[in-house]
Design a protein around this ligand. Structure first.
Ligand SMILES: NC(=O)c1ccc[n+]([C@@H]2O[C@H](COP(=O)([O-])OP(=O)(O)OC[C@H]3O[C@@H](n4cnc5c(N)ncnc54)[C@H](O)[C@@H]3O)[C@@H](O)[C@H]2O)c1
Length: 231
């Protein structure tokens, strides 16, 4: 099957692309390499270096005609979304719409979308959250993921474009950048490996963490300052 993987030079997307190649699929990766790395694109996959907001994305779909779009490219830093919600919406919402327009015109049948658990649910009432848990995001990043799911539902209703939204929690593993602002497991593990203490804000019972200068206010209250790390 021809599969277009966006964000396939990044942490999760490169593993996804690798698995598709190993399963014998024909894989095209679209990534602007803003944080992804060329060498992480698996051998056997072709890289198109392009921003998902670029209008030429439609030409890529027209040329490649992928049966499946696996959408992992995103602005994925919660704190940046708070500092610059317009940029977050531009990449995560308008970028997705650009892809969906290309996909429907090219006859793509299905979209797999990397959504978010923690960020889209907001403050959880149930642990663990079920799929029917209320979605009340409290960060622009969470809103962009929720809005993306709504657009996907809309495209399914309008054009029959099937989708699956995967609400990831805190993913961790090889190729994750432990030096960034996001990726609590990698950041904390690196600190432990360096003999340093990981930063834990609050009393340790909270389900998300923040950077040292910011405070997560617990399960029943709201962010006092910018949220980070947990996605
Ligand atoms: N890592 C997690 O714990 C986690 C949790 C929930 C959801 N997610 C979602 O999973 C997806 C992948 O996350 P990741 O951790 O692998 O991040 P990552 O930064 O390693 O990968 C994102 C990739 O997208 C590319 N990219 C960013 N903006 C782009 C643009 N405008 N056009 C084209 N390419 C662009 C980057 O270069 C990078 O290769 C994201 O959608 C993220 O929101 C991740």
């Amino acid at each position: 099957m021809k599969i277009l993987v966006t964000g396939g030079a990044g942490f999760i997307g490169s593993h996804v692309a690798e698995a598709y190649v190993a399963a014998g699929h024909d894989v095209v990766v679209v990534d602007d390499l803003s944080s992804g790395k060329r060498h992480q694109v698996p051998q056997g996959a072709r890289l198109v270096q392009m921003d998902i907001r670029d209008p030429r994305i439609r030409d890529v779909f027209a040329d490649e005609k992928p049966a499946l779009l696996n959408q992992h490219a995103a602005q994925m830093d919660v704190r940046r979304s708070v500092a610059d919600p317009g940029f977050d919406a531009d990449v995560n919402i308008l970028g997705l719409l650009n892809l969906l327009e290309g996909a429907r015109a090219a006859g793509t049948r299905r979209v797999l979308f990397a959504s978010s658990g923690g960020a889209a649910y907001g403050e959880q009432d149930e642990f663990p959250a079920t799929e029917t848990h209320k979605l009340e995001p409290v960060s622009p990043y969470g809103v962009s993921k929720r809005a993306s799911e709504l657009y996907l539902g809309c495209y399914r209703a309008m054009y029959g474009l099937e989708y699956v939204a995967m609400r990831y929690a805190n993913v961790y593993g090889p190729r994750q950048d432990p030096h960034g602002e996001a990726g609590v497991v990698a950041i904390s593990t690196l600190r432990l490996l360096n003999g340093e203490r990981p930063t834990i804000n609050g009393d340790g019972k909270q389900t998300r963490t923040t950077s040292s200068s910011r405070t997560w206010c617990g399960r029943t209250s709201r962010w006092r300052r910018a949220p980070t790390s947990a996605r």
